[in-house]
Design a protein around this ligand. Sequence first.
Ligand code: ADP
Length: 189
Amino acid sequence: MKLIFLGPPGVGKGTQAKHICDHYDIVHLSTGDILREEIKKASEVGLAAKSYIDKGALVPDDVLLDLIDVRLGMQDVQNGYLLDGFPRTIPQAEGLDNIMTSKSHNLDAVISLTADENELVQRLIKRGEDSGRSDDTPEIIQQRQAVYWKQTSPLIDYYLKRNALKEVDGIGTILEIKDRIILTLSSNA
Ligand code: ADP
């Protein structure tokens, strides 16, 4: 099973991704987590990414595409994976198509999690109070929402056109949403 999770910051992609990966026994690949790990290690990629992340801007596409190309070649993901937070731009989606084709990987579905924007900002402000993430301040949260609508939401259309997109309502309890996603993935609709 090879999946992409799409949705604005705060919609619960990370939380749901963990449940869905447990359910299908596939690997959770969160580019946000990978980049934060690189920052912790003070690697070259981490140092390059930090200034963008702290501003709420996107890290350049070529950095992400190199990371994903290497990661999708590793042995542990050959059974399946869920991409969380990637792709985030049309060039990333096109690059991902090439990477997957070169590795003979088939995309099973793109899950688009939806929620009202005000609800999202409130959730993120609350999360910022205990996450300690440098980009969970109210100004940067607004900035990340704006980046999502401008740069990432065109991907909804991109994947709709190739019949890969499945929309799931992201409002409800964690388990309700998890069940919705599994139901959506198991139906052919
Ligand atoms: P959220 O979904 O809550 O915004 P993430 O953990 O997915 O948080 O990402 C945090 C930050 O990491 C983003 O604001 C961006 O700067 C960077 N980032 C993560 N994934 C990508 C990506 N695919 N392309 C560019 N930048 C990315």
